[in-house]
Design a protein. Structure first.
Length: 154
């Protein structure tokens, strides 16, 4: 899987379909069909995973001991709303109304691609998030990345 990059403006049509931009599709590589899993993100956005990335991402989740209440809660919340979607011949995917409502998405969306996944944001929410950027991004980068391989954990 190639590293995915870029921000793309898209629209949701009246049937809850969204056309994926060609610039993003080209990063996914040539294939006969494009399958994804979409679910709720950690913030008020949706996450779109290429199917092979979803399979790898869920390995740790699937190994959790479901006899632990905290583990069950994590599994339940992680998988909530997850659905498999396939791109149609017009490069569109169908996103459930319930997921769109969760993320506050009505018409205009921003796809924010990074690493091996794609966040789907309401344009309004994404623009607000970017406006609330830390006052000193340099300090944040130094705090998180300035220690070499060691990373701070939340």
């Amino acid at each position: 899987m190639n590293q995915l990059l870029g921000e793309y403006e898209c629209k949701i049509d009246d049937k809850s379909r969204m056309r994926l931009p060609s610039g993003l599709i080209s990063q996914l590589g040539k294939r006969e069909t494009y399958s994804f899993v979409v679910n709720r993100g950690f913030e008020k956005c949706l996450m779109l995973y290429p199917e092979e990335v979803w399979s790898k991402t869920t390995e740790d989740i699937n190994d959790l001991n479901v006899y632990s209440k905290k583990n069950r809660e994590l599994v339940r919340y992680f998988y909530r709303g997850a659905q498999k979607v396939e791109m149609d011949s017009a490069d569109r995917i169908l996103v459930s109304r319930r997921l769109l409502e969760y993320a506050g998405i009505e018409k205009e969306v921003i796809l924010s691609a990074f690493n091996d996944r794609i966040e789907i944001w309401s344009k309004e929410v994404f623009d607000q998030l970017m406006d609330d950027e830390p006052d000193d991004f340099s300090d944040l980068a130094e705090e998180i990345l300035g220690r070499g391989k060691q990373r701070l954990e939340d």
